[in-house]
Design a protein around this ligand. Structure first.
Ligand code: PMP
Length: 414
């Protein structure tokens, strides 16, 4: 189906802003996405009509707020096609979800010397939680390399799996390279060795359809703010058999069945992992964001964003001195690049003056930067509200910056 981008853009109030007198061209969607009125208004609606603490009160408002939070859980369950809404845990985001699993899983399932496998294209949030566990529980971290196109190989993965491998944790779509990893095949291979898999879907759920039952993944995590929902809330999906087995991550209200000074017992799923007052406003607004995506149709979004990616890649490749990092044949709408010797920070600052928001730096993936041999890159990441005209403007603006820096065809990268 054809998406009416002009109409869609009207749903996003921030997009009509000017920056330094120029129309805002927002190409930092990998960092966070903008919010439609539907989501913004939903938050206002919750605070102005049903706000009350949930799960505890017998009063009317508390029941409405509880219903809203639990309905949101069902919306997420449907979005991921999970078996049961018990398998959906609300967290603060991708980072907290991975920390939860790293802590609960390593504490209960690993002994010193056991191995966790990740890839070298992981975001820091899928590296550091495991390093913390290395210090606490004595696990070892093994890393799958990426090739020059920004892909991992299943052969390399299989070589790393041993009898000590306890979990594989990998990113679905790289926030730097845009690579779509073959997660279905990874999971299949891992399960042949009885190894569970965690998928970091922070950069995938907003672009491509993710069906946790079809994938058979054991854990999957994402952040609401990258999928047009509010900040401060995210999701951990876990197979019930795993979540039942794992100990709580944090202690407090909500997560208990009974408490005494002698013995405390824990609540059932999903509450066992939701200590404290949950973000019921955030969950309700996240559900609204997922409804918004469902109305547009993820297939339509995917098709349009692929068009943008192909168009942008073609346009940027025509620029002298352009080097694109991440050239996998299976890519999502992210382009990381450098032009000649221009520092990524200079490029980002000058584009900003023209109204273009791009990301610069190491993108929380310093080990990957080291492999790529750069300190940082410029990253343009697209959403369905972006247009080909914006990409034309990006390409023209990059050329202007290149001209300022006297980049020629014989620059560093050609
Ligand atoms: N993983 C990936 C692939 C990401 O792109 C990000 C955010 N840039 C994260 C994890 C962390 O997400 P958050 O900061 O929302 O927890």
């Amino acid at each position: 189906m054809y998406l009416n981008i002009e109409e869609i853009r009207k749903d996003f109030p921030i997009l009509s802003q000017k920056v330094y007198g120029n129309p805002l061209v927002y190409l930092d969607n990998g960092a966070t996405t903008q919010k439609p009125y539907q989501v913004i208004r939903k938050m206002e609606e919750v605070y102005s009509t049903i706000n009350a603490n949930i799960h505890r009160g017998v009063h009317h408002l508390s029941q409405l707020a509880t219903e809203s939070h639990e309905n949101a859980r069902k919306t997420v369950q449907k979005y991921l096609n999970a078996c049961n809404s018990n398998e959906i845990i609300f967290t603060r985001g991708t980072t907290e979800s991975i920390n939860l699993i790293a802590s609960s899983f390593c504490r209960s399932q690993c002994r010193p010397g056991d191995e966790i496998i990740i890839t070298s294209m992981e975001h820091h949030s899928n590296i550091v939680p495991w390093q913390l566990q290395k210090d606490i529980t004595g696990i070892e971290l093994k890393i799958i390399p990426v090739n020059e196109k920004g892909e991992i190989s299943l052969e390399n993965l299989e070589k790393q799996i041993t009898s000590k491998t306890k979990l594989i944790s990998l990113v679905h779509v790289s926030n730097v390279l845009g690579t779509i990893n073959p997660v279905a095949k990874v999971i299949q291979l891992a399960h042949q060795h009885d190894v569970p898999v965690l998928i970091d879907a922070a950069q995938s759920v907003q672009h491509i359809s993710v069906d946790v039952q079809a994938l058979e993944c054991d854990f999957l995590v994402f952040s609401s703010h990258k999928i047009y929902g509010p900040t401060g809330i995210g999701v951990l999906y876990g197979k019930e058999k795993w979540l039942d087995k794992l100990p709580p991550y944090q202690g407090g209200g909500e997560m208990i069945a009974s408490v005494s000074f002698e013995k405390t017992t824990y609540n059932s799923l999903p509450f066992k992992f939701e200590a404290g007052t949950p973000d019921y406003v955030g969950s309700t607004a996240l559900a609204e964001a997922l409804n918004y995506i469902n109305t547009l149709g993820l297939e339509n979004i995917n098709q349009y964003e692929n068009e943008l990616l192909t168009y942008a890649t073609g346009k940027l490749m025509q620029i002298d001195g352009m080097k694109i990092f991440g050239t996998s044949s299976l890519k999502s709408s992210v382009i990381s690049f450098l032009v000649g010797d221009i520092h990524h920070y200079d490029m980002g600052m000058l584009l900003d003056r023209m109204g273009i928001a791009v990301r610069t730096g190491h993108h929380c993936a310093q080990p990957l930067m080291e492999i790529l041999g750069v300190e940082g890159t410029v990253r343009a990441s697209f959403a369905f509200y972006n247009t080909k005209e914006e990409i034309d403007f990006l390409a023209e603006s990059i050329k202007k910056v290149a001209k300022m820096f006297h980049v020629t065809t014989i620059s560093k990268y050609r």
